[in-house]
Design a protein around this ligand. Sequence first.
Ligand code: MOS
Length: 712
Amino acid sequence: MTAPYMGKPISRVDGRLKVTGTANYAAEQDPPRLAFGAIVRSTIASGRIATIDTAAAAGASGVVTVLTHRNAPRYAGPPHKAMVDPERGEKLRVLQDDRITHQGQPVALVIANTLEEATHAATLVRVTYSAAPAITDIAHARAVLPTQQKTDQGERQSPVQQRGNPQGALAAAEVKVDHQYVIPRENNNPIELHATVAAWEGDRLTLWDKSQWVDNVALEMAAIFGVPPESVRVVSPFVGGAFGSALRTWAHVPLAAMGARVTRRPVKVMLSRREMYYGTGYRPHTTQRVALGASADGRLSAILHEDEQETSTYEEYTEAVLDATRFLHSCPNVYTRHRIKRLNVHTPTWMRGPGEASGVFALECAMDELAVALQLDPVELRLRNEPERDEYRKLPFSSRSTRECYRVATERFGWGRRNPEPRSMRDGRWLIGWGMATATYPSNWAPAAARARLLPDGSAEVSSAASDMGPGTWTSMTQVAAETLGLPMERVRFTLGDSRLPNTPPHGGSMTMASVGSAVQAACRKVRADALARGSEGNDLVAAMRRIGQPVEATVNATPGADAQKYSKHAFGGVFVEVAVDPDLGETRVRRVVGAYGVGRVMNPKLSRSQCIGGMIGGIGMALMEHAVVDPRNGRIPNANLAEYPVPVHADSPPVMDVIFVDEHDPHVNPLGVKGLGEIAIVGIASAVVNAVYHATGKRIRELPVTPDKLL
Ligand code: MOS
């Protein structure tokens, strides 16, 4: 294949490695003399360790050592804090004292010659506690204002925002709806389990880690162990999904490094599926009130949106649940209030579409309820409230294609044939429902660096510390590099996932294509220009490199320009869903999803479609299945496994998942004109399902997931 590559449906450059099992993931690293670590976890949610007896474990077959708060290495300094960490509070210091802040907190690490010996010996550690009263029950916890809230774009703001006179406008509205919506705790469930392999050589640490941000892991280990950041190397070339769970550095990472330091052997710590529910974060439980007021002709006059989310006692985790409410639909009177509940649980974290996935769920369900109250088509309601600019930031949108998304998606879906009457559409005994929602997610761009190196043979090596948790970063960056250099893709080798490479922001918030892509493009432009200037061969890069006879290299740091502040930058979409509900059994099947998205330039339609299908399936899980149950007595999670916490499998994925990218040229978001795609793909899906279930059954479900018991 020859250039241009950008915009082409190119298959993954790492596809062969993955399907042949030769792509190596963190847990597959087996350096010589490897030992295995098994974590012993707290069985109470709050209090102190009274006694801890490790004698039996230490004497068990194959055990090398047992670390507890009594003998573990001390932190050299405070834990490092990065943009993925909550601004308020401090990360758990693992094995540093006897305090217990949550169920499942690591209290010991057993290191043995084999995984089996470590796992067995971990059961022999005897811990007694002096338990303190713990609140793990979301229903009985007090909601308080957080210190502040950050939007997805990093803007710090007050947790209470208001424009106009929302209360007065709601009271005076001709039509209103006012309801509460609940999203239970949901757990990130990537198929690849979290794992870390740590190896020290003197004061130098190498970690093979499942990570969405190798630079951050390196900085954190440097802070904990008191070594220079350059002494820590974090390698993470392949990530088998994460959905946000690998953005922060969780307790098992320093544990593996401590174990390796003490035993002077490489140590592997891999979490079990059950441990992932206690150790790597989750989407917090959210209770939201949405009140909408409108005129009889369907113009919004008031929006009140309040939410409460769980967080831990030691960190103030907040996400931008209410951000979209302030600009998605036009409305002069808007009130939003974000509150948190501090529970004796571990800190929640980013899970695909963080903030928007939760907030837009409630908002778009409420919009559907308003459409019903107005006897107005839900698409028409949104069109009547389409804003001309961002009414919150008082800025023009860099681009916004909602109208076009609704138009193409309704046409593809056949929305015009919808009978608005609930229970009016059937397929045999199944009740059929059609529902829709609007989707949005911010277009983020953070500083990133990349290096491009041209070789005398006319090939190129391009690199950046970035991660690829599945979207296809390996491939899309190779496309950008090859096209910019004017070389065939086969002649360009892109490398990522190593903290020794030029720095990048987190592989999250849908900002990798924008941030790393812009850096790759800039580095390739520079190295090409440098080589052509030195080679005096006109525009022939290969001839120029042959003449120069040695490598030419450029490292460029790409930073958002001033233009970034002049626009409100978001991706938008319209999602449409068909469900079939069994009227006797209450079972809901999603039969079709059609999503149309305005996401700027689509770098690779094949990978992008795949990305969106993944988000749609994630949304179906959120709508119909996912619920991490927390025992209100002690914070235990009885369904911390994939048998009792179902996620959609192929049989749950609809036969029709149509992904449409509308033409959108956005010169303002970043040099590549890409808006980001990973997060928006889940946003809106759960509300569209709930709205479709209402249309099918006449029953309005306001608490996820929509399980059969709620429909009977
Ligand atoms: Mo995304 S939840 O920032 O990986």
